[in-house]
Design a binder for this molecule. Structure first.
Ligand code: AHR
Length: 499
């Protein structure tokens, strides 16, 4: 099987906003307690945060981390998580039915995020709370001083304002499971009024309005149209969330799910542009895909967990090799929409549907999906180029004309590097790729990284990393043409650099 591609330096989609390599930490399961924070762990720092986990996050170079939820935020009183730790209340956490000790809160998280090199994307509670709690939190984090809330922050030991730039106006407010779930009219009005008040506190912030929780929601995409009718001029982004799973064990169909994701992005873009036209607006709405991943392996186990314990092992999906391929394809999809998708958060980062896992009191280790995320975060910075792809195709249960080759290309102008990210979706055959890169003169091949495995269901564990990349791929660059054999069911990263 053969596939062809043309990559030209003038086929620019857009500069990649590095925040598409963001992630997410929610007060859920062992993400915070037992994940990033475990006082008493042999690697814990003075504040109780695990250094082994910090190192893995630094390796991923995560530019922005969403916090503190998720469904959690819709029942959260942020005031519970600031001030002397010994005086903080322990609460029933209703979204995930656990106990929240509030040992980690806003200030600890922001300081930790700084240490791992990330900005914070902060969400406010528009479920049980509203304008007042949101504007007070913003005054607490961002106002320099001389007011009740900013002086309270200073009295808690944080003299300088945190200057949090990006704020989510609630979480998944279209979902009936959400505490304080709202109709589109209720949410649209509340989000607009909260946005107005927050911008009065700090005009430098950026705001994300809640879009649909998935393409499967019965209110999608009317929710987007109806809420943006209220919020269009007051916000900068609308959110998208999507999780996939291979529940029927149909891998050909599973690996085609990025066609659904692509369609999702197109639909949200079009809906935003419809409201833009309706309002005769000059402003373009950008997309924040602030929850995305594979999530299904842990569903049954989660139903067995008894309520009201601190940090139970919830949503601990163990990812296999085929999940890593789909995650790579999802990242490719963001790159091809770099003109509109400006932020995206792999949900989540540690233990909870995560690339990084920990043992309580023990090791930290890398799941299979760690690697495509690492590669794209590392090599996917620059200008996203539109590859012209001619690939054989297949039909699956839910999709027709699925190209076996899925690809995105990034040109890092500063470092004079080009990276081709490519998935071969064929489960039995290798794909011979020929890629015309003649517009890039004087380049040489640096390496061809490959993730391949005979067993699509192979997983990593704390003691054995069976699924990991190697750089023995045999791509060649000759007379402006890259040729490479892409192994069956594989993730590939082909790197070129000006000689
Ligand atoms: O990431 C896990 C959960 O998925 C989040 O809390 C929620 O927003 C979504 O439904």
């Amino acid at each position: 099987m053969k596939a062809r591609m043309i990559v030209d330096k003038s086929f620019r989609i857009a500069q990649v906003d590095k925040r598409i390599y963001g992630s997410f930490i929610e007060h859920l399961g062992r993400a915070v307690y037992g994940g990033i924070y475990e006082p008493g762990h042999e690697t814990a720092d003075a504040g109780g945060f695990r250094s082994d986990v910090k190192e893995l996050i630094k390796e991923l170079n995560v530019p922005i981390i969403r916090y503190p939820g998720g469904n959690f935020v819709s029942g959260y009183n942020w005031e519970d998580g600031v001030g002397p730790v010994t005086e903080r209340p322990k609460r029933l956490e209703l979204a995930w039915r656990t106990l929240e000790p509030n040992e980690v809160g806003t200030n600890e998280f922001i300081s930790w995020a700084k240490e791992v090199g990330s900005e914070v994307m902060m969400a406010v509670n528009l479920g049980t709370r509203g304008i007042d709690a949101a504007r007070n939190l913003l005054e607490y984090t961002n106002h320099p001083g001389g007011t009740y809330w900013s002086d309270l922050r200073r009295s808690h030991g944080y003299e300088q304002p945190h200057k949090i730039k990006t704020w989510c106006l609630g979480n998944e407010m279209d979902g009936p499971w959400q505490i304080g779930h709202k109709t589109s009219a209720e949410y649209g009005r509340l989000a607009l009024e909260t946005a107005k008040a927050m911008r009065l506190v700090d005009p430098a912030i950026e705001l994300v309005s809640c879009g649909s929780s998935s393409t499967g929601m019965p209110t999608f995409p009317e929710w987007e149209a109806a809420t943006l009718d209220h919020t269009y001029e007051a916000v900068d982004y609308i959110s998208l969330h999507q999780y996939y799973g291979n529940r029927d064990n149909d891998t050909a169909n599973y690996l085609a799910l990025t066609l659904d994701m692509d369609h999702f992005i197109h639909t949200v873009k079009s809906t935003c542009d419809y409201i833009k036209a309706k309002k005769r607006s000059k402003k373009t709405m950008y997309l924040s895909f602030d929850e995305w991943n594979v999530w299904y392996h842990s569903n049954d186990a989660d139903r067995q967990i008894d309520p009201w314990s601190v940090a139970p092992p919830q949503l601990e999906d163990v990812y296999n090799f085929e999940d890593a391929i789909l995650v790579g394809s999802m990242l490719i999809t963001f790159l091809r929409h770099a003109d509109r998708v400006k932020m995206a958060c792999l949900a989540q980062l540690v233990n909870v549907i995560a690339p990084i896992m920990t043992e309580n009191g023990g090791r930290a280790w890398k799941q299979t999906i760690f690697y495509p995320y690492l590669h794209v975060s590392k090599y996917g910075r620059g200008v996203s180029l539109l590859p012209i792809v001619d690939s054989p195709k297949y039909d699956s249960k839910d999709f027709t004309d699925v190209p076996y080759l899925d690809s995105a290309v990034v040109h890092n102008e500063a470092d004079e590097e080009i990276t081709i990210f490519a998935v071969n979706r064929h489960l039995e055959e290798a794909l011979d790729l020929e890629c015309d890169v003649r517009s890039f003169e004087g380049y040489r091949l640096i390496e061809h990284i490959v993730m391949e495995h005979d067993d699509l269901k192979a997983v990593n564990t704390a003691s054995e990393e069976t699924v990991k990349p190697h750089n023995r791929g045999e791509a060649k660059l000759d007379s402006g043409h890259v040729t490479a054999r892409l192994a069956k069911a594989s993730w590939n990263v082909i790197r070129l650099k000006k000689a």
